[in-house]
Design a protein around this ligand. Structure first.
Ligand SMILES: [Zn+2]
Length: 467
């Protein structure tokens, strides 16, 4: 619908200009639904969000719209497959959001979206309902003005990204044929520091493990037994020292074996990033940065694997003194992994190293608590160049190719289950406070993001993906 007296728009850009108010109202409506996947009290809201998105998809002319059950929150699927001879793209976003606490730190209620200083402020504005909504509006603008999309499109919108449920993997595995495509487009990442346009080209994986060191069956008197019985807390300290050197190198044999070197192109793209070490240090509040010798900070936090102790506990932690040899000691350990490391192989090597380092007089075990594979896009894939041109034409600056230190497990799922090259076409900005109070999305990023998506489909239509 266009407002009375205005000629119907004949191209997507004119259409977008005419429909901005309606678009904002539609975005706000979606942001008002508290689709918090981790809280069961909001299960009905998640379903309501899925149904609202499905209704939207039907309204703009997508086919085969379905709210599909997964065993957890539903996924929303739809397609439009009438671009004969053109490539097929699968779009992934998620409609669920993080919990909102601490609520008192929000300057406006998280589910009452407002625009403040050019930012759309609401839970989910950046991560990821705002980005999902950009795709809907790009499709709408194309179908409303041209009656067709330049490419074949399938959309898969998940409702469990922010919860620990891993039902998507099963659902994707069971729907491989329906989801088959030439390229996957994931819009759940963002730009570089300073809101510089960027395309994320890798994310790290993770291994999460716990080390348990057992000594005597109960705490012992440190006067009566000290000197003759191994102390589990000290044994654990020795083990941890044996996992990582003071200079930052990880001392687990074989740990680095599968780490792929950067290609020359990747290295150039990486060294060109405008990364400010000192600003980064100030942000952390530490007196000096540390890390693996021979690498820049920007490399250490993105393309090198890590080992960290996330927590340690043993013995007496209360006020005053208690002279004991504790019966047991524990540590939680996480490793961020890079291609082609895997959580399973890393776990086996960690376990072997811990056992090797365990002194006589105690026993140690390592349990794996979780894992996710690292991900790397093919930076020289033709879809990547198409995405780069699309972002540049919408934002006026060629995007940087950046690397994310965190983990996005769905990328490995889509890559592995569907054998798809993936383009991470995300539009949030590092200051968007995703997962935190006052989450927001820069209004210009939202608007230009829609244009970039349209340009991308147009670019992709004339790109030869058979490489
Ligand atoms: Zn997200």
């Amino acid at each position: 619908m266009t407002s009375t007296g205005v000629r119907p728009a004949t191209d997507p850009e004119a259409y977008l200009r005419q429909t901005q108010d309606r678009r904002m109202a539609s975005l706000f409506e979606l942001l008002r639904i508290p689709s918090i996947s981790a809280l069961s009290a909001h299960a009905g809201d998640s379903r309501r969000a899925a149904q609202a998105i499905a209704a939207d998809l039907r309204g703009i002319g997508m086919d085969h719209v379905e709210v599909a059950e997964t065993g957890a929150h539903p996924v929303v699927y739809a397609d439009w497959l009438h671009a004969e001879g053109a490539p097929t793209a699968l779009v992934y976003c998620h409609y669920d959001v993080q919990p909102v606490d601490p609520l008192e730190l929000w300057e406006s209620p998280p589910f009452e979206p407002v625009v403040i200083d050019g930012r759309i402020v609401a839970r989910g504005a950046a991560d990821d309902k705002g980005q999902l909504h950009m795709h809907l509006r790009a499709i709408e603008a194309l179908l409303a003005t041209r009656g067709a999309l330049p490419v074949n499109l399938k959309v898969l919108f998940e409702g469990d990204e922010e919860s620990s449920a891993d039902h998507l993997e099963t659902w994707v595995g069971a729907n491989r044929e329906r989801l088959a495509a030439d390229v996957g487009v994931v819009s759940d990442t963002g730009f570089f520091e300073g809101n510089l346009p960027a395309i994320t080209v890798s994310t790290r994986g993770i291994l999460y493990a716990q080390i348990d060191v057992l000594g005597p069956p109960t705490d012992l008197h440190s006067g009566a037994f000290g000197g003759a019985v191994e102390n589990p807390a000290i044994a654990l300290a020795h083990i941890i020292v044996g996992l990582k050197a003071v200079d930052g190198r990880i001392l687990i044999p074989g740990f680095y074996d599968e780490v792929l070197p950067l290609t020359p192109d990747e290295h150039t793209a990486f060294s060109d990033l405008p990364f400010d070490d000192d600003a980064f240090r100030r942000e952390t509040g530490v007196p000096a940065l540390a890390g693996e010798p021979g690498y820049m900070t920007v490399e250490r936090v993105a393309i090198r694997p890590t080992l960290d102790v996330n927590g340690m506990w043993a013995g007496f932690e209360g006020e005053g003194t208690k002279t004991i040899i504790p019966a047991h000691a524990h540590a939680k350990i996480s490793c961020r992994l890079v291609p082609d490391q895997t959580p399973d192989a890393t776990y086996e090597r960690l376990e072997a190293r811990v056992l090797e380092l365990t002194p006589p007089g105690v026993s140690a075990s390592v349990q794996m608590l979780g894992g996710g594979l690292p991900f790397r896009s093919k930076i020289d894939h033709p879809a990547m160049a198409a995405a780069s041109r699309a972002v540049e034409s919408a934002f006026g600056i060629a995007p940087l190719f950046t690397r994310e230190g965190g983990s996005i497990p769905v990328l490995a799922t889509l890559g592995r289950e569907l054998q798809l090259p993936l383009v991470l076409l995300g539009f949030a900005n590092p200051d968007d406070h995703a997962h935190a109070p006052n989450e927001g999305l820069v209004l210009d990023n939202y608007e230009n993001g829609i244009r970039a998506i349209i340009h991308f489909w147009d670019e992709l239509a004339v790109t030869d993906l058979a490489r």
